[in-house]
Design a protein. Structure first.
Length: 318
């Protein structure tokens, strides 16, 4: 079943750009990170006065500083045109995260009224929403994020982690499990009775369930290191085989897969037994639609026969 059969669904494939915001009292400043459709950092902006609550006797200077930051954010959003804005919500920030959300919403309102062309064509407005900050706050200091963004501040890493968590929660959690930082997360008051190893085992099992149900876009994982930890939890792989898979795909023709079958037939990176276990969770987004589903390659022929019968097609047309 080739790409011409899915033209009607092309409009659903929107490459969403995310603007993530993390509150700061001034020092450190409130930080915005702009992520592209692949979750990579494009640019960042720091606004120390954008969400500072007005104080009695603060005078016009404080208002002027806040307005200057609002104007800077407006220019930033017009330049990068996000589809959605997410603001970190945490007990530590308290009411301040809501003040920040209101500030961002105010800027969005100005864009809608005066700069409508800055709104992406795929949406009517730029949504602003709060997101729980527990996991992103921990991810900001994990080994994977520190290695990737060693030249950036903790605030920038925090905002990037928030934006990625909105896009792909399992990928962020998988990095925390791989680095061992996930054991610091509190899910139950009873978990203190578990060893650190047992805590990580619980998270690992949960990720295995989720990732093998959702699947992993192999080419995205190969191209973007922050998503590679997902492959560690695919049935039949694990860290060693996942690393070998990534290396083989990168070293192959074009550096990406065109089909699941390449893993066995051309690259030879997975044996038949391993491939049989892992195949349904290894998604390849290309011409072959079935490679982007949880249907096993062993069943492709039967699926196409069902489709042909249902649509009254000649089987050879599919």
């Amino acid at each position: 079943m080739r790409e011409d059969h899915r033209d009607d669904h092309a409009e659903d494939d929107v490459e969403v750009r995310v603007l993530a915001a993390v509150y700061g009292p001034g020092d450190p400043p409130t930080t915005f990170a702009m992520l592209d459709a692949d979750g990579e950092l494009v640019d960042f902006l720091q606004c120390p006065n954008i969400a500072v609550r007005s104080r009695p006797g603060g005078g016009g200077a404080a208002v002027a500083r806040q307005q200057a930051d609002l104007d800077r954010l407006l220019k930033f959003m017009i330049e990068h045109r996000p589809h959605v804005c997410v603001v970190a919500a945490s007990s530590g920030a308290g009411l301040n995260c809501r003040i920040l959300r209101e500030a961002v919403s105010m800027v969005v309102g100005r864009i809608v009224e005066d700069h409508a062309r800055a709104i992406p064509e795929e949406v009517d407005t730029i949504k602003v929403q709060l997101a729980d900050d527990t996991v992103p706050a921990l991810a900001a200091n994990c080994a994977a994020m520190r290695g990737e963004f060693h030249e950036h501040s903790n605030e920038v890493r925090h905002a990037v982690a928030l934006g990625r968590y909105l896009r792909n929660p399992p990928a962020v959690m998988a990095a925390l499990v791989s680095g061992g930082e996930a054991r610091a997360l509190t899910l139950s008051s009873l978990q203190e009775g578990l060893s650190d190893e047992d805590k990580l085992t619980v998270f690992d099992r949960g990720l295995i369930d989720v990732i093998n149900q959702v699947g992993v876009n192999v080419n995205a994982a190969v191209a973007h290191p922050w998503q590679q930890h997902l492959l560690n939890h695919v049935a039949g792989l694990g860290p060693r085989k996942a690393g070998a898979l990534v290396s083989a795909v990168r070293g192959g023709d074009g550096g990406e897969l065109e089909s699941r079958a390449q893993l066995v037939n051309e690259l030879g990176v997975l044996g038949g037994c391993v491939f049989r276990n892992a195949a349904v969770a290894l998604r390849v987004v290309d011409d072959e639609v079935l490679d982007n589903t949880r249907i096993h390659p062993d069943n492709y022929v039967q699926v196409l026969e069902v489709v042909a019968n249902a649509l009254d097609y000649d089987f050879d047309q599919l």
